[in-house]
Ligand binder design. Structure first.
Ligand code: ATP
Ligand code: MG
Length: 333
């Protein structure tokens, strides 16, 4: 089980940090992938105008990346009210100090707010409950393996703690303990050398054109100690292109190293070649995206089908949770 917020288009960080694992795991495990629109509200509750459009864009990015809707269950969080119910039930057993000490929440508020007053406005009850909601996302589907990026590690620790507490309190062995699964690039850097992010203006998006990609690559931070083209470069100090070569040009890394370290090639030409490699790699994915984009009805049907499947599982889990907690299972649905 894993999810992504509909807060913008997906980039290479999502692809190499998460999506390649989803594609790999979907044939090995029963998989649930959720477009978590309630999570988007935790930080964007003031402006919701883009959420619907972003849901569609994320679905296109997933399909382009190779998530197969016949194999995996792809759904939208707000279509599954049982997740909200589990969030509420779990909130009853969540200690206040557990949510207050979450490190990523503090970072989020600091990043989002310009001053103290804005920080208070941003730090809502919903945002504070983010890790509880994320736990409900996972536990509704009894998720065991959660393929995510490195920044989600502490949230998964939280979900594990809640599952353990629920099982202990009610004397059951019901919720499994979930664990994160990372790729070899669990924190991909953007063109400026910091974490590639949707809102950081440093991303290369899956849906970008070849020209956009080349433009972004040409802006990448290289070896800060190399001033003139005639100076020998140092690949180990090359901040972004060299790590990108490991992903997109693994067949020519030794050639790149030799040419760079003997000053046969300058950073500009080296980045041009990298952009070509990246565009070649991304072409089939972008073509697949175009195909799905030309048929928006089909994408809608895929999500509806996924929501139906996800809801069946969610209803089953919640009926069991109500029983375990000694609540009534009302026969009105
Ligand atoms: P936002 O700025 O809206 O939070 P985001 O880019 O962090 O956007 P999320 O939907 O929060 O996207 O995260 C989706 C998944 O992608 C998470 O598992 C996250 O860890 C992973 N992820 C995001 N950016 C990167 C990155 N640069 N490298 C590796 N994984 C990433
Ligand atoms: Mg994020």
């Amino acid at each position: 089980m894993s999810g992504m917020r509909p807060t913008g288009r997906l980039h290479l960080g999502h692809y190499f940090g998460v999506l390649i694992n989803w594609v790999r795991f979907q044939t090995e495990y029963e998989s649930y992938f959720s477009i978590v629109d309630w999570h988007a509200l935790t930080t964007k509750y003031q402006d919701t105008s883009q959420i619907k459009a972003n849901i569609h864009e994320i679905a296109l990015d997933w399909l382009a990346a190779g998530i197969d809707p016949e194999v995996s269950t792809i759904y939208v969080q707000s279509g599954i009210p049982e997740i909200a119910e589990l969030h509420l039930l779990l909130s009853m057993i969540t200690q206040q100090n557990w949510v207050e000490r979450e490190p990523t929440l503090k970072d989020m508020v600091r990043m989002l707010a310009a001053d103290e007053e804005e920080a208070r406005e941003k730090a809502t009850y919903g945002l504070l409950g983010y890790p509880v909601l994320m736990s409900a996302d996972i536990l509704t589907f009894k998720g065991e393996l959660v393929p995510v990026g490195k920044d989600q590690e502490s949230h998964l620790e939280f979900a594990r703690g809640l599952a353990r507490k629920f099982n202990h309190l009610y004397g059951v062995d019901f919720f499994p303990e979930c664990r994160p699964e990372f790729t070899s690039t669990p924190l991909l850097k953007g063109i400026d050398g910091s974490k590639m992010g949707k809102s950081a203006n440093n991303a290369i998006n899956l849906a970008d054109t070849d020209a956009d990609t080349t433009k972004q690559v040409m802006k990448m931070i290289t070896d800060r100690t190399r001033i003139a083209k005639s100076d020998p470069g140092h690949v180990d100090q090359c901040e972004v292109p060299w790590p990108m070569y490991q992903i997109f040009g693994s067949d020519i890394t030794e050639q790149v190293r030799t040419e760079c370290e003997s000053a046969q090639i300058g950073c500009v030409d080296c980045k041009k070649r990298l952009a070509g490699k990246m565009n070649d790699y991304l072409r089939p994915l972008r073509e697949r995206r175009e195909k799905f984009a030309s048929d928006p009805k089909k994408v809608e049907q895929i999500l509806e089908y996924g929501n139906k499947k996800a809801r069946e599982t969610a209803k089953k889990t919640l009926a069991e949770v109500r029983d375990i907690m000694g609540l009534h299972n009302w026969k009105n649905d």
